[in-house]
Design a binder for this molecule. Sequence first.
Ligand code: GLY
Length: 357
Amino acid sequence: MKQLSVNIKNPEKSSYQILIGSSLLKNISKYVDFSKYSKIAIITDTNVLPHLDNLKTGIKRDSLVVALEPGEKNKNIKTVEKIWKSLTDSGFDRKSLIINLGGGVVTDMGGFAAGCFMRGIDFINIPTTLLSQVDASIGGKTGINFENIKNLIGTFSQPFMTLIDTETLHTLPKREFISGFAEIIKHGLIKDKDFFNYLGSKQPYSFSPEEIVNIIEKSCLIKKEIFEKDPVENGPRKILNFGHTIGHAIESLSHDTQNPLLHGEAIAIGIMAEGKMSEIFGLINDKEMALIKRTLENAYLPIKTDLDVSLILKKIKNDKKNNFGQIKWTLLKEIGNASYDFDAKEEIVKKALSSVL
Ligand code: GLY
């Protein structure tokens, strides 16, 4: 047998900047050299059209706007085909740039479209919801839902830059803002107890705009430090999935009911259930569990569901993070410290789920 080792080093694609501040859209040309791109497309949805003008003014060049129908139900291959068709019809090539302006659905789908188009072209994420600012727009996970399973198809494709303009939060509906807080609280829970305690010290709308910028920065910093050590989730990155195995199942199922949940709302219930599993395992105690509950309630996040346990269990078994049919769990060892790859008997999951009914 002969063996050749292939070692590819591509620093250009392995580092990027996350910019956080106000008025960044209007001034984007200060941070990005658009002249090096042959063409520019802005992928957005009809909810964020008010920010589009600022961005177009800032780019100071012609751009193709691809405006998608908003919502999780449109996060599918048909919508991505629409993006690819628009790019192809307009003669986009490998030197083109995609700018994703929107929430997590837009940045996940636009990143996926860019990551596959001509085997990958540069893209910039401009997240306009709190949730996508602290989660989806950084870390390189892109994708679409398939067969009613969230994010089943996707790639790891890192953006060329993520630009967080906090002015976009001014037009964000209150419920969406609160939903973003669930992922921020999760970051505190898995990595930083002081940050978690700080988040519980006030209600989300009582933090000043400066404090919100600091909260976003801290949250991005926690996520960044986790994913840069394990970009394609072979190990330690899995702690970011705390609350998500049960949360994703609840989110997907809720979309078939009269009361569809936002991502962060479902994750808050997932945090409660997976926190309870941590307690059943003897990793955290009842006082820590009570503090988690108080902190989520203080942020006006839901902590209970009326979905059927057997449906949730069935859905969990379809989760893409199963390894050889075995569900691996991320649990809390204490507040501010999570660990991954726990096995759990179905009885334990059922018991934990009964605590969120
Ligand atoms: N949202 C979890 C991750 O990016 O890994």
